[in-house]
Ligand binder design. Structure first.
Ligand SMILES: [Zn+2]
Length: 431
């Protein structure tokens, strides 16, 4: 392939695009697959581990009870700051995840024994009384209380322990379902491929499928980038939110797996210091040490979504990529799509121009692997062909303008404009 050995070059001054179906990229994916182990990692995992260590030290006589108390306080304070940060940062958006968390809280509260040892403070006493009075299982008052003032450490410690235990239980259940979910998914994908709906070579499909890890996500740890799940192309990782009803879990799984099926444009990348810190943090969350994953290989494109030139720059065509992804997921599961508005906007794009565009042109570009061996201009042949057709239909730069419109004014406004007669001309003129 002419690629240098993966371990020779650690830092490269600029991102250098490499072939998806090439040794360097495949090697990095295999290595990732080897080092990535399934872990039930959730909010509080680290703290509970640290608390256990303190307990052992006390047991072994290495730590006095007094010092242990101080250590435990420091550990809990750290978790509390993170939780408080999340609450302030995410506000209403996190409410769904927090409900489950505070539901666990109620369990803890109902088992008063947890507090017998911890010297209940007046603040906790007040909260407990409030619960007794409300005699409800609604975690809302507690959620509101936590938004306004930090949770008392005496409450947070048993809560963290309960949360970690509950997440581990859910994760074990989930992992038992995964082999079946995967088997059924791949079987169906091959059927759709045979019908001409997935224009991608079977070995490529198989590789992308096999290199994808699946795990349960704790939205409390960090927000998921989609409603019920997420796909991280850099980690070849599908994550699914806990507690989804069966059909929704199946659809979300299919949706995220189609993200895994997307064609990629990988690049060796040198991060800015700031981004490197962020990447390190994410890697640690995944249980991977930085040195296990060098050089940094990042997917600059996944499907029809392109990363901005700067790592922090917004990515392009996110809505379009979700529309395609959810189209395939809906075909796959025969369920209703979730990204309804994005799909309508795609339909508008297909139908409203001077010449109608074909869905197949978008699909071909979506699954296309980047091939660095081809001459410049042909490394993403289907994508280039699609751009040419969109230009013929709407004039130059239209897709970029439409995307800008979506980013500035939202999908709804773009949809309204596209569905007006000749509305697309307004978008074409806007930039
Ligand atoms: Zn998606």
């Amino acid at each position: 392939m002419g690629e240098k050995n993966a371990t020779e070059e650690v830092l490269i001054p600029r991102p250098r695009k490499i072939s998806e179906i090439g040794e360097l990229y495949q090697h990095s994916r295999e290595k990732w697959q080897e080092t990535h182990t399934q872990r039930a990692y959730c909010f509080g995992s680290d703290e509970v581990k640290d608390l256990d260590a303190v307990r052992l030290q006390v047991h072994g006589g290495e730590l006095t009870e007094e010092n242990a108390q101080a250590k435990r306080r420091a550990i809990i304070r750290k978790a509390r700051n993170r939780l408080q940060g999340s609450l302030q940062e995410r506000g209403q958006h996190i409410a769904k995840e927090l409900y489950a968390f505070f539901d666990g809280y109620l369990h803890v509260v109902s088992q008063r024994t947890a507090f017998e040892h911890s010297g209940v403070s007046p603040a906790v006493q007040e909260l407990l009384t409030a619960f007794d009075n409300s005699s409800s299982t609604n975690p809302l008052p507690l959620y509101r209380a936590a938004c306004q003032s930090p949770i008392p450490p005496e409450l947070l410690e048993p809560l963290l322990i309960a949360h970690v235990k509950e997440f581990q239980r859910k994760n074990e259940e989930f992992l038992q379902r995964v082999p079946h979910l995967k088997r059924e998914f791949y079987k169906r994908a091959l059927v759709l491929r045979a019908r001409g709906l997935l224009p991608v070579e079977e070995p490529t499909l198989k590789t992308r499928f096999e290199q994808t890890s699946v795990q349960l996500a704790d939205p409390l740890l960090r927000p998921l980038n989609e409603i019920y799940g997420q796909y991280s192309s850099d980690f070849s990782l599908v994550e699914i939110a806990p507690d989804l009803p069966g059909r929704l879990e199946k659809h979300t799984f299919a949706h995220e797996m189609y993200h895994a099926f997307e064609g990629k444009t990988p690049a060796e990348w040198r991060f800015s210091e700031e981004v490197e810190t962020e990447v390190s943090r994410r890697l640690r969350e995944q249980g991977v040490q930085d040195e296990e994953r060098t050089p940094f290989i990042v997917d600059m494109r996944s499907g029809l979504q392109f990363r901005g030139a700067k790592e922090h720059g917004s990515s392009r065509f996110h809505w379009l990529n979700e529309a395609l992804t959810d189209f395939f997921a809906a075909e796959h599961t025969n369920e209703k799509p979730i990204y309804v508005r994005e799909l309508r906007l795609l339909r508008g794009l297909l139908e409203r121009g001077k010449k109608p565009l074909s869905h197949g042109d978008f699909a071909a570009a979506y699954f296309e692997p980047y091939d660095a061996q081809e001459p410049a201009g042909q490394r993403l042949a289907y994508w280039n062909a699609l751009m040419k057709k969109i230009t013929e239909s709407y004039g130059s730069g239209f897709l970029v303008k439409l995307d800008k419109f979506v980013q500035e004014k939202g999908v709804d406004e773009a949809l309204k404009t596209m569905e007006r007669p000749d509305g697309w001309k307004q978008i074409q003129r806007a930039y």
